[in-house]
Write a protein that binds this ligand. Structure first.
Ligand code: HEC
Ligand code: HEC
Ligand code: HEC
Ligand code: HEC
Length: 198
């Protein structure tokens, strides 16, 4: 227990007391100590929450086509062509259907270092962090993804246990992210021979 405790008297004068403390003062002491503990713990909680916001997410390797990375193996010796055009010599399978009237490849891919992605503010990130790029426009989904509600992660669900996240790009093609409607399977056949139904 404390050696000294200060209280305000009714007249508003600060009075320093020494033990033995009267019961009313003991009650005040307990209240004060738990308030200090609460303030301290919520500070700890807030700091760990703030760290969580800047947390790096361990992800499965990006679903890159084999032989495609590093992009610079070709691009280091290709001049940048910023013109919006149909690509013929390479990447002709990529059809941009993702707000394509508003942008082009080099809004996401860095022109001078093709091994990196580019955020809106010009910051360069690796392909393992592509969720940051997606999160710039899809803030709500990004928030849900971080919390493990949207997308998929493996490992521990709660606490500090290890978990691995699937990148947005594991499920959505960044160039054409909208899921296409799936043709429903036909219904099962009714057995023509009655003995099949047994
Ligand atoms: C919305 C941002 C965005 C735009 C716009 C975009 N890309 Fe991408 N692209 C990505 C991301 C993210 C990946 C990484 C996918 C992964 O992790 O495998 C990628 C992957 C690629 C790859 C590797 C594909 C593979 O098969 O592995 C190529 C090549 C590429 N982009 C070229 C292009 C070209 C060419 C355009 C323009 C026609 C373009 N990108 C437009 C975000 C974008
Ligand atoms: C095999 C060589 C090769 C590799 C590997 C390659 N590219 Fe390309 N890329 C090309 C060529 C050639 C063009 C020009 C195509 C055209 O103009 O028709 C091109 C064009 C592009 C463009 C359009 C803008 C521009 O500068 O012309 C983007 C964006 C792009 N590549 C991104 C990537 C990314 C991202 C990767 C790696 C994930 C990658 N490329 C890997 C050969 C390659
Ligand atoms: C610069 C803003 C921007 C960025 C960055 C961006 N998107 Fe989008 N995205 C849009 C807009 C706008 C639409 C709606 C228009 C469209 O689909 O063409 C859209 C549509 C989508 C859709 C389809 C939604 C539906 O209605 O089904 C998905 C999925 C998606 N984006 C995923 C991604 C992923 C994954 C990334 C990261 C690789 C990404 N987006 C990066 C702006 C962005
Ligand atoms: C494990 C696979 C998976 C991952 C990982 C994933 N998504 Fe999705 N996402 C889906 C599916 C499936 C749907 C369709 C849900 C529906 O149609 O209701 C969807 C829907 C969406 C939509 C359109 C619907 C909406 O709620 O607006 C957007 C945008 C989107 N995802 C963006 C993202 C972004 C950004 C990331 C990464 C931060 C991501 N997704 C990660 C599977 C995934």
């Amino acid at each position: 227990m404390l050696k000294k405790f200060s209280v305000y008297t009714r007249g508003g004068i600060l009075k320093r007391l020494k033990p033995p403390f009267p019961p009313a003062v003991q009650y005040r002491m307990k209240k004060t100590i738990s308030a200090i503990a609460f303030t301290f713990l919520s500070g700890v909680f807030f700091v760990s929450f703030a760290i969580g916001v800047n947390q790096e997410f361990p992800v499965s390797p990006p679903p890159m086509t084999e032989g495609m990375f590093p992009c610079s193996s070709c691009h280091a010796s290709i001049e940048v062509n910023r013109k919006k055009r149909e690509l013929k010599d390479e990447h002709s399978e990529i059809k941009l259907h993702h707000a394509e009237t508003m942008r082009w490849c080099l809004d996401c891919h860095e022109a001078r270092n093709r091994d990196k992605l580019r955020l809106f503010n010009g910051e360069l990130i690796n392909f393992t962090e592509s969720y940051k790029l997606c999160g710039e426009c899809h803030g709500n989904v990004y928030k849900a993804w971080r919390a493990g509600i949207h997308g998929k992660r493996t490992g521990y669900f709660a606490g500090s246990g290890k978990r691995t996240y699937f990148l947005c790009a594991h499920c959505h093609d960044p160039h054409e992210p909208k899921f296409k409607p799936i043709k429903p399977e036909p219904p099962p056949f009714r057995p023509t021979e009655p003995e099949n139904a047994r």
